[in-house]
Design a protein around this ligand. Structure first.
Ligand code: ZN
Length: 270
């Protein structure tokens, strides 16, 4: 009887311990281009740059936005459609704010795309706590940002000022820091951002044409970011963004930096 009880207690201890160890991981799923679903160690779900419905890389099941499950934090790096597209719908579905460049959010409200309570303002170096335990800081990105929007009243495509593009430092409950660079070309303050915020993992564009290509991204990773882990993004969805993971890996050879090439729809733990 005592033996049995000891066994039960031990089994309970190890199963709880195992669960805790498992739960301390961050789960990251790529949904194509710059869209990621990040599940924090305590189960908070962060979604970045959701261009899903028309994204050729997004797995079919996630083209139904409700299949994403509940989203706690929504981040949009700039106004271009391959980042902004489905964000307003997701903000409304979950009744959560869309955290994007302050001026983009002002335009979003002015156009009636989102109500002001779902489009708060913040800007570079600003840190917000969208939900307890998750901190998001806006950082510089070297890109542009224009909102091309079809006016539902006139059915005419209009272009609007979209604020300045940003990247994000996302700090999770356990201190794990992800640097989502947004769309960016090379700029030397990446070095400063990495030194100051000390990210553990960097999501970096490698497609070229609109952003850094494999060579520039590898240079940034090796010389400036000096992180153990990178995830390539922003390639393979637009025929002009031709950069590949293989080229990126080749340029990083011998650096000791691990290229985590994710398959859209398959989550990986970090
Ligand atoms: Zn883009």
């Amino acid at each position: 009887m005592i033996q049995k009880l000891t066994f039960c207690v031990l089994a309970l201890f190890f199963s709880t311990w195992g669960q805790a160890a498992e739960n301390s991981k961050t789960e990251i799923m790529w949904l194509g281009q710059s869209a990621f679903k990040i599940t924090s160690p305590t189960g908070k779900v962060i979604l970045t740059d959701p261009w899903l419905l028309a994204n050729p890389k997004t797995p079919p099941e996630y083209k139904k936005l409700e299949n994403l499950g509940k989203i706690d934090v929504l981040l949009v790096s700039h106004a271009h459609w391959d980042h902004f597209a489905d964000a307003p719908a997701i903000a409304k579905m979950n009744n959560i704010p869309m955290w994007g460049p302050g001026d983009l959010n002002s335009v979003t409200v002015a156009l009636g795309i989102l109500p002001s309570n779902l489009a708060p303002r913040f800007n570079k170096s600003g840190t917000v706590t969208p939900v307890p335990g998750i901190q998001v800081t806006a950082v510089h990105a070297e890109h542009s940002s224009i909102l091309v929007w079809k006016n539902p009243q006139t059915q005419i495509e209009e272009t609007h000022f979209g604020g300045e593009p940003i990247g994000f430092i996302i700090e999770l409950e356990n201190g794990f820091k992800i640097y989502h660079m947004g769309d960016t070309g090379l700029f030397s303050d990446m070095k400063f951002i990495a030194e100051y915020y000390k990210p553990d993992l960097v999501m970096m564009p490698i497609g070229g044409n609109f952003t850094m290509g494999p060579k520039e991204a590898a240079f940034a990773a090796k010389e400036w970011l000096k992180v153990p882990n990178v995830i390539p993004m922003h390639f393979g969805a637009n025929p002009l963004a031709k950069g590949t993971v293989e080229e990126f890996q080749k340029f990083l050879e011998g650096s000791g930096i691990k290229v985590n090439a994710l398959t859209p729809g398959l989550a990986r733990q970090f």
